[in-house]
Design a protein. Structure first.
Length: 435
């Protein structure tokens, strides 16, 4: 009897494991290549926190060093004294127009980037990344160049355009912020009215009023089930039942016929991709399947929700590569950048002490974990709890006994200028990176 129960228990455990395990899903970006990039090479995206802390942060365009970019309204030639106060954002040789971006010629023979036809400039009085003191300068003639994926789009009332990092770009959403997916088919009349078990529960058509009229790239079609459905550039639009909250894109990669309805795609360096993990959702990984990690700071917490509590980009920039020295890199290899790498979008290029280059994402240097196999996330939430003992932020952090530590406890410290100064008990920890 006991042996029979043991066999049944083992069989049940095998069934549970088989049911719960699903291999990681990779996003297929091949269909996104015709979608314009949100930023050309050398133009980056930066988070701008407003003085009113209740206001939502803004995303602004910046140059390769992260300095805020501005435009003048009305536009006009900016030379001599003007150009010294407002240096132009240079466009490299061979730069071509794409999407909202175009290189424009200057009187001195150089070229600079223009966004939606407006030449972009830095402000000489901005001294550090994140400064935007030029916004409203010269009697409100100058304005910080805000990233707005809906700029220039004619949208129906039922549709918005938002940054959806999980989808790798700016995507269409419904009014609740849920990601929309375009049904990719040679014949848009071939609708998935039900292909496979439960498809009507997974893929719900975005309904349009019967009196809806075409707007820009949006039109409607009448389905065989009597529903009037929105289309975008001829592709029927759907929501995915597996998306439980705004800005999720869990439907990416589930069915090759459905793709997030992107209006812009974000720069992704060669060798990097978005991968979906069963436990963590969308994360950054190498093309070979190695999870990418960043080292972050926790203050008076042992647990950290790596999506909603992602470290501030300014903190990551203050750390640079200093949170993982040469000894650390044996276990946490840096995600290397080629010698000709150029920052773009949310991606920066950092120089390590040995002169090699390393990719950083949203301010934080990226690493893989030597103990991972492709698809593993063994490095996620490895903590080093410590106490900041030098109020200047220059001192080491002492490990506390009885707490979980990484394989490199001696490598835990607060870098020069680190924001942890004087915060008492704190922790550095590794976690996977949400796009």
């Amino acid at each position: 009897m006991r042996s029979g129960l043991g066999v049944l228990a083992l069989f049940a455990a095998v069934l549970v494991a088989a049911w719960s395990y699903r291999p990681p899903v990779r996003h297929d970006h091949r269909g996104a290549q015709g979608i314009p990039l949100a930023t050309p090479p050398g133009i980056t995206l930066r988070l701008r926190t407003l003085a009113d802390r209740r206001a939502a942060p803004q995303i602004i365009y910046a140059d390769a060093r992260g300095m805020t970019l501005y435009y003048r309204d009305p536009a006009g030639a900016c030379i001599d004294d003007c150009a010294r106060a407002w240096p132009p954002a240079p466009a490299p040789a061979g730069a071509a127009a794409q999407g909202d971006w175009s290189p424009v010629a200057r009187d001195d023979g150089t070229r600079q980037w223009a966004y939606r036809g407006r030449p972009l400039h830095r402000y000489a009085k901005d001294s550090k990344v994140g400064d935007s003191s030029g916004d409203g300068a010269d009697d409100a003639a100058w304005h910080a160049a805000l990233y707005r994926p809906d700029a220039g789009l004619a949208l129906p009332d039922a549709i918005r355009a938002h940054d959806v990092g999980d989808a790798g770009g700016a995507a269409l959403t419904d009014t609740a912020g849920m990601t929309l997916y375009a049904f990719e088919s040679a014949d848009p009349r071939h609708l998935p009215d039900c292909v496979g078990s439960g498809c009507t529960r997974e893929w719900a058509p975005l309904e349009a009023p019967e009196i809806a009229v075409p707007v820009g790239d949006f039109a409607t079609l009448s389905r065989p089930d009597g529903i009037t459905q929105w289309t975008f550039r001829g592709k029927p639009l759907y929501t995915f039942g597996g998306d439980l909250k705004p800005a999720e894109a869990n439907g990416a990669g589930v069915d090759p016929r459905f793709r997030p309805a992107l209006v812009q795609r974000f720069f992704m360096p060669g060798g990097a991709e978005i991968r979906r993990d069963l436990m963590l959702g969308a994360i950054l990984a190498t093309a070979s399947g190695a999870t990418l990690y960043q080292r972050d700071l926790v203050i008076n917490e042992e647990r950290h929700e790596f999506r909603s509590d992602h470290g501030a980009p300014a903190l990551g920039r203050s750390f640079g590569t200093s949170t993982c020295d040469r000894g650390c890199t044996r276990e946490w290899p840096p995600f290397r950048a080629p010698a000709d790498a150029v920052p773009s979008g949310y991606w920066d290029v950092l120089e390590r002490p040995d002169g090699s280059l390393q990719w950083a994402y949203k301010g934080f240097a990226l690493y893989t974990y030597a103990k991972d196999k492709p698809g593993d996330i063994n490095g996620h939430e490895i903590h080093d709890l410590g106490e900041v003992v030098d109020d200047s932020g220059l001192g080491p952090a002492r490990k506390h006994s009885g707490e979980a530590v990484s394989a490199n406890p001696a490598d835990t410290y607060v870098p020069a200028g680190g924001a942890a100064a004087g915060l008492g008990i704190s922790a550095m920890f590794w976690h996977a990176v949400a796009p």
